[in-house]
Write a protein that binds this ligand. Sequence first.
Ligand code: ZN
Length: 248
Amino acid sequence: MSHLLGFVLGSSCLLYIGSPSGFGLGSNWLLYIGVPLIIGIWAQIRVKSAFGRWSKVRASGNITGAECAREILQAAQIRDVEVVETNDFLGDHYDPTKKQLHLSSNVYNTPSVAALGIAAHESGHAIQHARAYAPLKARMAIVPVTMIASQMLPFIIIGGLFFGITGLITLGIWCYLILLVFQLITLPVEFDASRRAKIILREMGIIQPGEEAAGVNRVLNAAALTYIAAFIAALGNLLWLMSIRDRR
Ligand SMILES: [Zn+2]
């Protein structure tokens, strides 16, 4: 889980507001900004509804997300990762720098199908880290530069589009390129964590085949969709900024 999609959609809105009038609503706009925005909102709705539905279904294993994560880490012989509770809704993530597995309260304290799926997915990231999974290492390596790019981006868009500073638009293009590479590397990391989660939950008997397993799939597949949507949105934003620069 991450708030990556929200960030990208926010910058899409900025791009929309700041787009120069005249060609602001042409066919490129629809393709680069409009369609990705709709896909992103749809993905966001799907992940919330999948979580909402399956967080009400109690898993027969009757352990909370926190207990599930600790059992998985123990079985994987990972002893240096701490499982902690966070208040941030759907803010579940694994922090490799602190070796902390953050689970939102709804996941941490709940024995639901959704909670176990998410707890197992985040544990999957901890396992990737412990096993030195290459895409995770690559992702960690570009986190600092991605943070800088994403913090600068809103100001760059505002300066570039609202005040018509072409140099800032070029800088914005570079920022989106960095974000795009980051999101591209994120895809295998996320898919692999969910793949591991599904196998582990089944093998450890935490989730039963049938309805429970289907619920886990729904939640994790919806989450995967948000990463694909974030990638598409960032690609659209990049192409849109490039087309704006070309027309100046
Ligand atoms: Zn993840």
